[in-house]
Design a protein around this ligand. Sequence first.
Ligand code: SAH
Ligand code: SF4
Length: 359
Amino acid sequence: MAIQQILHTANFSKENITQLLSVSGNDERALFGYASRIKQQHVGNTVYLRGLIEFSNICEKNCYYCGIRHDNNDTHRYCLTDNEVLDAVRFAHENGFGSVAIQSGELSSDAFTRKIDFILKEAMRITNGEIGITLSCGEQSEEVYRRWFESGAQRYLLRIESSSEELYYKIHPKDEVHSFAKRLKALESLKKTGYQTGTGVMIGLPFQTAEHLANDLLFMKQFDIDMCGMGPYIEHAQTPLYANKSRLLPLAKRFNLSLKMVALLRILMPDINIAATTALQTFEKNGRERAIQIGANVLMPNITPKHYRDDYFLYENKPVSQQSNEDDLKFLEEQLKNIGHEIGYFGQGNSKHYRKNRS
Ligand code: SAH
Ligand code: SF4
């Protein structure tokens, strides 16, 4: 079927999506142009900010792709103090970010649960309940999710990483701790608890096919997510998956595929929040802006205290290090202005999809 014809089909089939993931030239421009128009119609040209706080790189898990996995002894481990997190929250609040995202390695201890809980309550207190908080602290029990929700977190990001169980176990150990069924259940719990629920996948993983990616998009649609964060897989030398480096697509291709995934998701789910993720910058300095032009509407500037940033090393060439000023607000504002977008200062930028579904 011709591309224009497919684009106007309200419900893409898996075959349609697979075909669209491989387009180039004029067809690619048509895909991006169409996604960009859908975005304008449904979420406009406002970009919402989530100040990203990389809370801790201490993790119990051993995901094969991740640089801060438990067994990587080359990582210097850290955990921000309560005051450091709250200072970052205050900074975000005062500078009109509207929201913060607290991301961390996964821990299931009571001490961790309590620490996050305390931070949430304090963050609410010092901002008069005005700051929006997204958590991304991995799989937790329903009880913990509920406790954090009641203390002030409204959104939670837990990537499915891959919706194919087979591929999931190629990038995770096959054991109780890394169970695919448990990950799905955790996503269900988040939704049930009332969170704006976000998920996402890595794009360009070894062994991943276009069909896997098409199924990932259909999974997100069927799960009826409120938000999404996805980006290219970037190899890290101190991880088991690095052994498959020779199977990887060149970074330029992974980047291009990621843009197509964002564009297609925007067409499939016009009113959700889609983040232009940090990993998109690994290939191109303005990678995130490219994603915003064709579908994303959320940016997550890093506001972690600078001296910790180089320890939160999920993948190689992670762009925002101590010297970088790419997340400086004025700089971002300029970049966005150049592509006809503006920052939604002081707005929480909640998912329109969530509001429509649950109000
Ligand atoms: N521990 C939490 C949150 C921190 S990790 C969790 O796992 O959910 C956040 C995300 O970083 C993961 O979901 C994964 O998709 C991404 N990530 C980890 N290693 C990566 C890599 N090598 N390349 C690209 N993204 C990676
Ligand atoms: Fe830990 Fe998350 Fe990295 Fe897995 S992806 S090792 S859970 S930080």
